[in-house]
Design a protein around this ligand. Structure first.
Ligand code: 6PG
Length: 249
């Protein structure tokens, strides 16, 4: 399916289970290709609930052996400003269902230090990206994203300056609706990725999916619309309920 936003690729799965399986397969395929072509796979994980079963599936025996985890490098698209032991931590979620279950060298995991002063945590993560990718800001092989019902993605929330940031790769913002500070990658680094994949499930997302993909382009109001890879591929993986309000093509 194409949409008015240009060449993004929309894949609709019949239900959540097939969406989860499809997303896990895509990650394994992307990782296998990256390792074959460049000797490593760099991925930025999304937080939230939707990707959790996908990460769990990656950790399962058969798919766990499908990737050479020693060549996989894990980053985070965003983090809540909480300690890594906090139930709200995106790192803790990924650690619990994936990172603790695959043979990943600890040095391959780049955690955003949510326990630090927000501006310092953002600056330190930006420095970690610079050290890893170099000044050119060469992008990730894969950035996974979710989207909230208000159109936020990562921690790019409506009205935040981070949504239109053109220089910094990581910023800290106080998010009123969440009542907390958050650290997020900006569109600068997300749009430099070779592949960006949104994962969405459930009827509750149908209206925002329609607005973002088929409504007016207004990224400050709908930050997911700020995700427009410069040269990489953008793909939306949806289950049928989440895609229900899209024009069938
Ligand atoms: C986070 C995520 C956030 C998430 C959306 C959708 O830190 O929570 O980065 O952007 O992807 O809020 O969350 P669900 O997948 O739980 O609907």
């Amino acid at each position: 399916m194409k949409n008015s936003r240009g060449p993004s690729n929309i894949v609709v799965y019949p239900d959540k289970a097939s969406l989860v399986a499809g997303a896990a397969s895509l990650i394994i395929e992307s990782g296998t290709r990256a390792i074959a072509e460049r000797g490593r796979f760099t991925i930025a994980l999304s937080g939230g609930g939707t990707p959790r079963p996908v990460y769990a599936r990656l950790a399962e025996a058969e798919s766990g052996q499908a990737l050479d985890w020693s060549k996989v490098f894990i980053f985070f698209g965003d983090e809540r400003c909480v300690p890594p032991s906090d139930p709200g931590s995106n790192f803790l979620m990924a650690k619990t269902v994936l990172l603790d279950h695959v043979p990943l060298p600890p040095a391959n995991i780049f955690r955003i230090r949510g326990e630090d002063v927000p501006e310092k945590a953002a600056a330190d993560y930006e420095e970690a990206l610079r050290r890893f990718f170099g000044e050119t800001g060469a992008g990730f092989d894969l950035v996974l994203l979710g989207m909230g019902e208000n159109g936020h993605t990562a921690s790019l929330f409506p009205g935040l300056a981070a949504v239109t940031e053109t220089r910094r790769r990581v910023v800290a913002s106080y998010v009123e609706v969440a009542g907390m500070w958050r650290i997020t990658m900006t569109p600068v680094v997300i749009n430099a990725a070779r592949q960006v994949v949104f994962l969405l499930s459930g009827a509750g997302k149908a209206e925002i999916v329609r607005s973002v993909l088929e409504g007016p382009l207004e990224p400050v109001v709908l930050p997911a619309q700020a995700v427009r890879p410069v040269s990489g591929e953008l793909r939306w993986l949806l289950d049928r309920p989440a895609a229900a309000r899209l024009k069938a093509e």
